[in-house]
Design a protein around this ligand. Structure first.
Ligand code: FAD
Length: 452
């Protein structure tokens, strides 16, 4: 079959790679001048470097993303050290891990900044939280994570130390916005994957930039398999005749015929594309419900080592935002003779995203100074601020079930993308799992005898 994949982010790339592996002829139509979507490296001429648009971390349960990396030959470029570090203002640190003794201590309420009776309350609330995540009460999608924590009596100190950060890290948004069901579902998925693979839950990172990790191997695979990649090809509609997909129309009016189409655009770009698809109103409802969440990342080129204890550190007490800092020397084995690169990530950065680059840099340096004494006198050789107003999406209460399935009412048409229904939320794994399911829908269509 000739399969058209609309969108060259991870969901589109994985769909194209796996359809080509299955022996089909594939064309990727990507609106921008390069592939990668939300996972890209960005050249910074001032320091002759190519950092990422934002740190992307991996969870050990990311099975479909790992399959994609196997397909494009970069599986070995992801490292799972088994720990991160939590740092208090002033510099005290604690290694965090999900398993082993640290995990047991955390389960018993022994968290940084949690003292006295709060430890007992934390242990009790955590036990209730896990019980309710596994056997979910019907009201879980009616309330926010914030409300859930209050109902189960989670002390504020434990929220500051761990749980608010977990919600932001897992759902991409603040506990006052995210539905309680989202972190609950993700905890269940994480535990299930850990059981299936008999591997403790841990967080990993790429040891190379995102283009090398996701795109270079894919481009080689495309060249070897005759996959056509068309840049600056903006799709304006998916075309349907008598209940089956026949191709797509581009914004300039060109028609591209296809036996199957995988539509892998982000949720905020889908409106208008599927007008010919029966039931598109329900798919478009997701656009209204899943609102974009900003992330601000800063690549800080400093004149010195600030003394991080780990590859990634979560800065405790971030006052409603999740502050994280990444040591690119340690992660990428970088030469530090010219500068030291530290990347900071602020998730759910609603307050930061409208500030100027200078203000954002000052805020990030002041934040580093609070935690790392060596950062106070550090000179900023260059600061590369990346604002992504549409990084992830929020899943507010009442949105469970709103994410559409990859299968559509049209033969030969599948949806993909992190916003379609998967076991994960807005993640790279969600994007790749959706691709695996979309490819399965297309392959079923092929087995059913298309093209006629
Ligand atoms: C700063 C940042 C940090 C993140 N951190 C993490 C993390 O640590 N861990 C994690 O798992 N996830 C993380 N994510 C989320 C992750 O990057 C996304 O969930 C994932 O990359 C989404 O992939 P996608 O293919 O669904 O969408 P996208 O990557 O958005 O790809 C969609 C593509 O479709 C193209 N397109 C849109 N409209 C059209 C059209 N009409 N015609 C043709 N092409 C079109 C777009 O140009 C784009 O290339 C992060 C995201 C950001 C931005």
């Amino acid at each position: 079959m000739h399969c058209v994949v609309v969108g060259g982010g991870l969901a589109g790339l994985a769909s194209a790679v796996w359809l080509a592996e299955a022996g089909h002829q594939v064309t990727i139509l990507e609106r921008r001048g390069s592939l990668g979507g939300r996972t890209i490296a960005m050249p910074v001429a001032a320091v002759d470097d190519v950092p990422d648009n934002g740190q992307h971390v991996f969870a050990s349960g990311y099975q479909h993303l790992m399959r994609y990396l196997e397909s494009v030959g970069t599986r070995e470029q992801v490292c799972f050290p088994g720990h991160m570090t939590v740092r208090m203002p002033g510099g005290a640190t604690r290694r965090s891990a999900f398993g082993g003794l640290t995990g047991v201590r955390a389960a018993l309420g022994d968290l940084p900044g949690v003292h006295g009776l709060d430890r007992f309350r934390t242990a009790r609330a955590q036990a209730t939280l896990i019980r309710q995540a596994l056997r979910q009460p019907a009201w879980l999608d009616d309330i926010t994570a914030d409300e859930w924590f209050r109902r189960i009596g989670m002390p504020q100190s434990a929220r500051d130390a761990l749980w608010d950060g977990i919600v932001i890290g897992l759902t991409g948004d603040k506990p006052e916005i995210s539905s309680a069901k989202v972190p609950a579902d993700l905890l269940v998925t994480g535990v299930r994957r850990a059981r299936e693979t008999r591997t403790p839950i841990s967080i990993g990172y790429p040891t190379v930039d995102l283009d090398t990790l996701f795109i270079e191997g894919a481009e080689k695979m495309f060249a070897d398999n005759g996959v056509q990649v068309r840049h600056r090809a903006v799709v304006s509609s998916v075309d349907v005749t008598e209940g089956r997909v026949v191709g797509v129309t581009l914004a300039d009016g060109e028609r591209v015929a296809a036996d199957a189409v995988v539509c892998a655009v982000p949720v905020w770009s889908v409106q208008g594309l599927l007008d010919q698809v029966p039931g598109h109103e329900q798919i478009y409802a997701a656009v209204e419900a899943l609102t974009p969440v900003p992330i601000v990342s800063v690549n800080l080129y400093l004149d010195r080592d600030i003394g991080m204890a780990d590859w990634g550190e979560i800065l405790y007490g971030g006052e409603g935002v999740l502050e994280q800092v990444w040591d690119r020397q340690r992660m990428h084995g970088r030469d530090a003779s010219r500068h030291h690169l530290y990347s900071t990530t602020v998730s759910a950065a609603y307050e930061l995203t409208h500030k100027s680059n200078v203000e954002i840099t000052d805020i990030q340096m002041a934040m580093l100074g609070k935690y790392f004494p060596a950062a106070r006198d550090a000179e900023v050789i260059h600061s590369h601020v990346v604002r992504m107003p549409k990084s992830t999406f929020a899943q507010r209460p009442g949105t469970a079930g709103i994410r559409p399935d990859q299968r559509t009412a049209v033969r030969g048409l599948a949806l993909a993308g992190d916003w379609t229904r998967t076991d994960w939320t807005t993640t790279m794994e969600g994007a790749c799992q959706s691709a695996a399911r979309a490819v399965e829908v297309v392959l079923e269509h092929a087995r059913a005898g298309a093209p006629d």
